[in-house]
Design a protein around this ligand. Structure first.
Ligand code: FMN
Length: 330
């Protein structure tokens, strides 16, 4: 059965690319889309930044036709500012708006935004209601299990946010206190799915890093779809591999080095296209070791890639890598 968010049809058991600051920008989203991500989100965008017209925040509103369906994710601590930011972001023409109630980092959660709202459900509900009323688009929410082990309140959160009109909920199976430590626990997510009051799609998030785990957790936790974050960094093939495994029960062969180089080049090109030559080359540096993880003796190439100053140099090194490791599957 197809999963729907408002009028958006996501097909059966969609795989979502997680919003990730400094990662899920348009160049990265391009390669994830090419490899089967069914829906994507922007990096989180500060509502304060949008209202102040800060260049960094406005730039993050850039979305492209081929990315659809795509959601813009915002965060903030002030309800009125979140309302205004929703109006601004809606103008950018996404398919939906998403609110971040999951970010655990101090600069966000200790300033009353992100996961901090898990400590004040009444305010979270009021904020969500304001966002829902400020846009004609469907609104989704991404959150965690709760603030800490003693306050895992996402069950109540799910009901109350559905009541004020959200159209889907993604839950990362950790508390704020856990940050990214320990293992994600999806059992509460299953409890929410089993709640007869809950009608909206529930997406599971946290620690999906292989087709087999995706298939096992799909069965075990009964979610409507999954969101994948870290496992896609430098490995956008995770989406197609999971889908293939769902369809056939067999593992798709991993990408060859030639394919890795090709996708890396595409990512680089898109990065330059969107960020300009200098920043495009510079910001691509953080991705090389991920694209070539597991390749023997790659260190020397990585060192050269992250110090290369011109596009020609980078392209030449990538050609060397392709030649040296051709036909290798890692
Ligand atoms: C580098 C990085 C940046 C992130 N930025 C965001 C963000 O902007 N918004 C958000 O909702 N979650 C953010 N997250 C959390 C992820 O969306 C996701 O919930 C988390 O990584 C768990 O999923 P995973 O185990 O598949 O990575 C970020 C995570 C990482 C690793």
């Amino acid at each position: 059965m197809s999963v729907r968010i408002g009028n958006i049809d996501l097909g059966e058991f969609p795989l979502l690319l997680a919003p990730m600051e400094d990662v899920s920008d348009p160049p990265f989203r391009y390669v994830c889309k090419q490899n089967g991500a069914d829906m994507m989100y922007t990096e989180f965008i500060s509502s304060e930044g949008l209202i102040r017209d800060a260049a960094k925040s406005i730039k993050k509103l850039d979305i492209f036709e081929y990315e659809r369906p795509i959601g813009i994710q915002i965060f903030g601590s002030d309800i009125e500012h979140m309302r205004e930011a929703t109006e601004i972001a809606t103008q950018a023409g996404p398919d939906l708006m998403d609110i971040n109630y999951g970010c655990p980092v101090k600069q966000v959660a200790c300033r009353g935004a992100g996961a901090s709202l898990l400590q004040d459900i009444d305010k979270m509900v009021a904020m969500t209601k304001a966002v829902v009323e400020a846009t004609h688009l469907p609104v989704t929410v991404k959150t965690r299990l709760g603030w800490n082990d003693d306050t895992k309140n996402v069950y109540e959160v799910a009901e109350r946010l559905q009541d004020v009109g959200i159209k889907a909920l993604t839950i990362h199976g950790r508390t704020r206190a856990q940050m990214y430590k320990g293992v994600a626990d999806w059992s509460l997510i299953r409890d929410i799915k089993r709640n007869p009051r809950i009608q909206i799609p529930i997406f599971g998030n946290g620690d999906i890093d292989s087709p087999q785990k995706a298939a096992n957790w799909r069965l075990e936790y009964e979610v409507d779809g999954m969101m994948i974050g870290r496992a896609s960094i430098g490995y956008p093939w995770i989406f197609r591999e999971v889908k293939h495994f769902f369809r056939t029960g067999e593992f798709l062969e991993g990408p060859t080095v030639a394919e890795r180089v090709e996708v890396c080049r595409t990512h680089l090109e898109k990065s330059i296209e969107w960020k300009g030559l200098k920043t495009g080359i510079f910001e691509m540096r953080r991705h090389y070791s991920n694209y070539f993880k597991g390749i023997n003796h790659f260190k020397e190439y990585r060192m050269r890639l992250v110090t290369a100053a011109t596009l020609d140099e980078v392209q030449d090194i990538l050609s060397e890598v392709e030649l040296k490791y051709s036909a290798e599957v890692v």
